[in-house]
Design a protein around this ligand. Structure first.
Ligand code: HH2
Length: 276
């Protein structure tokens, strides 16, 4: 899942793709790198972020989704929103997947909308809301608490008519969690995989990687890859990342190493040298 943030204030790439042309180019580049899902967001959820109004969120994402859909990519188009009105317009524009970081809590009507239109969705765990979520987060056992939350939200979605096969679950790395909570969730992510739905993780460039490595936000790809490979080994199959090609390569090699099977791939661009 490649991240396309059409925002001025996202934590790692805010402002880079606010311009619609740049966002469309970026989305198509991520698809060409092998993203199977493109996740478009018009509202940052970074800690402390201020909410964005419906009109502004629509203005940022709808035209971009329309243009990417018109370009005819193989990738599914996902709308990262908590608002029904945004999901409705995004689906009209070509999206078929709803990624809701509140797991249908901000707007419970989203569940019926997803059911009615037979969309796929990702339900994520978050403690509190972005403005305050990093203020002294506490859990009993973080994995048990997140698991219970995700099971409850899955049951809510199913009761609203969403087919279980259409739901992915996400522990919400960095959403109301300390470094220790994030690491515990990753170490025991197989306990969430055991719920029986595909698990999504979004560790890409997040601050806990910077806390461990001392690296700034655009230097966290190696840390991101380490978490994706480790989570893949524990059963995670969907990775929400900013850098699609390097993560795909790392996962392809990890998968080949574990299974002993691989698909022979011919280099698309053979490096040229002026001395040979
Ligand atoms: N993380 C972010 C946003 N949406 N959705 C899911 N399912 N899982 C995540 O971990 C997740 C998410 C935050 O990352 P980003 O979109 O890069 O930043 P921002 O929220 O500042 O735009």
């Amino acid at each position: 899942m490649g991240v396309v943030n059409v925002t001025p204030d996202s934590f790692s790439d805010g402002g880079r793709f606010l311009d619609a042309d740049a966002a469309v180019r970026h989305a198509l580049a991520l698809a060409a790198e092998g993203a199977d899902i493109l996740d478009f967001g018009g509202e940052s959820t970074r800690p402390g972020a201020e909410p964005v109004g419906v009109e502004e969120e629509l203005r940022r994402v709808v035209g971009v989704i329309e243009r990417v859909a018109a370009a005819g990519t193989h990738a599914r188009l996902s709308i990262d929103t908590t608002k029904l009105a945004v999901a409705e317009r995004a689906v009209d524009a070509g999206a078929s997947f709803v990624n809701d970081v509140t797991a249908f809590r901000a707007d419970p009507r989203l569940a019926a909308f997803v059911a009615e239109h037979e969309l796929d969705c990702c339900l994520m765990h978050m403690r509190g809301e972005p403005r305050t979520m990093q203020v002294d987060p506490r859990y009993g056992d973080v994995v048990d608490d997140v698991r219970a939350f995700l099971e409850e939200r899955l049951a809510f979605a199913v009761a609203a008519g969403v087919r279980e096969e259409r739901v992915m679950l996400d522990p919400g790395i960095g959403f109301g969690k300390t470094v220790a909570h994030n690491l515990e969730l990753l170490r025991r992510v197989h306990e969430l995989v055991a719920i029986g739905r595909p698990v999504v993780i979004g560790t890409s460039r997040k601050s806990f990687l910077g806390r461990i490595t001392g690296r700034s936000v655009d230097e966290r790809l190696p840390g991101t890859i380490a978490t994706c490979v480790q989570a893949w080994e524990r059963g995670v199959r969907v990775f929400r990342v900013h850098d699609v090609a390097p993560v795909r390569d790392a996962l392809a090699v990890a998968a080949a190493t574990v299974s002993g099977r691989w698909t022979e791939t011919t280099p698309s661009a053979t490096p040229t040298s002026t001395t040979s």
